[in-house]
Design a binder for this molecule. Sequence first.
Ligand code: FAD
Length: 436
Amino acid sequence: MATSSIPYWWEAAPPAALPQVAVKRKCDVVIVGAGYTGLSAGLTLARAGRDVQIFDRQRPGEGASSRNGGIASGNLRPSYRQMVRRFGEVRATALQAEAKLAREDLADFIGREAIDCEFQIAGRFSGAATASAYEGLAREADMLRKNLAIDAYAVPRGEQRRVLGTDFYHGGMVRNDIGGLHPAKLHRGMLQAAQKAGATVHGETAVLGFRAKDAGFEIETARGMVQADHVIVGTNGYTDGVDPWLRRRLVPVRSRIIVTAPLSNNLMAELMPKRVMCSETRKLHYYYRPSPDGTRIVFGGRDGTIAGEPAWPTDNLRRALTDIFPVLDGVDITHSWFGNVAMNRDMVPRIFSRHGMRYAAGYCGSGVVWARWAGQKAAWQVLGDARGQSALDFRPPAAVPLFNGKAWFLPVVFAWLTLQDRLNHPRRPRRQAGAP
Ligand SMILES: Cc1cc2nc3c(=O)[nH]c(=O)nc-3n(C[C@H](O)[C@H](O)[C@H](O)COP(=O)(O)OP(=O)(O)OC[C@H]3O[C@@H](n4cnc5c(N)ncnc54)[C@H](O)[C@@H]3O)c2cc1C
């Protein structure tokens, strides 16, 4: 069976080619990017009565917001201890508390707006790649329970199969505050809500430049100039040369997802008995989940390339999938696609301002929760609303040395991290062709 490079999610909710309406020459706020960040900001501002235009150079959603795994984790990549070291205890605690609020707020939002995106708080299992990683996860579960009242617990290796049908990990941790959704349906719901609230969304209309004026900004778009009092940039992993300053701060990293052909009910019950979202502690970790209808496994991880669409990243993911679930050796992969996530140097999502422009970006692969939250916060800041305060709002991410948009160093970084993972967690031998 041929593998499609179109995201699986687009079968139910493809990105819409919006009818082109006239670009208004003046408005209150211009937003660059119509993913979760831009739409969330636009919705908040339009509901507050502001005249908003949102521009996307692609079809809205065609960036990461309709390509992702749909795991609503609100993850912070650094551990609590690392954050304390980097930012101090007060900010580290505030970041963790805000992650919890952001997760809860997404659930409220989906309910309030009646967005049909198959959202379910199913819980998440994190698999330990080593015995010491298991100890770390057990400590984290304790911390989540004590500090944040999150229902979390360690799962020893002997009990792992009750949660996930594999012996691959050295046990793991379950936390019950994380859910899964259909990412493209969430995006579609947000687009409709923003438009209904009065925001004008211009698809396939790039922003080509901006310039501060005495009061406000002059924005050059592919369909003419616009004057606006405020600009919010929500371009994240798709940031282009229009903002070289931002581009030096966000490294676009390709992430790839493969989807299996439908599996039998019995097999799904064996492999994913609790239907939880999954992640793991390997340095180059994989993330996976059942499809919302419970028939397939949606499996994501690094793509490892920076250009073209070679076949090997798909084979690599297929192999990683069968390392975890050997029974899936030879299973058909119906879909395989990639998208960009935006990493920054300290791996903490951010809201920041420069020369009066507001930015929300750097979700490090966890934007389902963070992008909507940060977009809303950025909008409140524009409105001068106290709810715009956020632990994400501090110095802009630092520039990445020797980087100006082309992540030439990633193959080397991936090779180094892969080696470390292999040393900790050797792969099972490949099945020889013709072997029983
Ligand atoms: C394969 C993959 C799997 C992922 N899995 C998960 C997951 O399971 N859970 C999770 O929480 N997160 C996940 N993410 C991350 C998540 O999808 C993103 O963090 C989130 O979608 C970011 O939303 P955004 O609106 O900031 O950016 P995007 O949705 O990427 O939107 C940015 C938009 O800006 C537009 N743009 C750029 N430059 C210009 C310009 N000059 N003019 C006009 N428009 C411009 C682009 O066209 C793009 O549409 C994943 C990402 C990928 C790629």
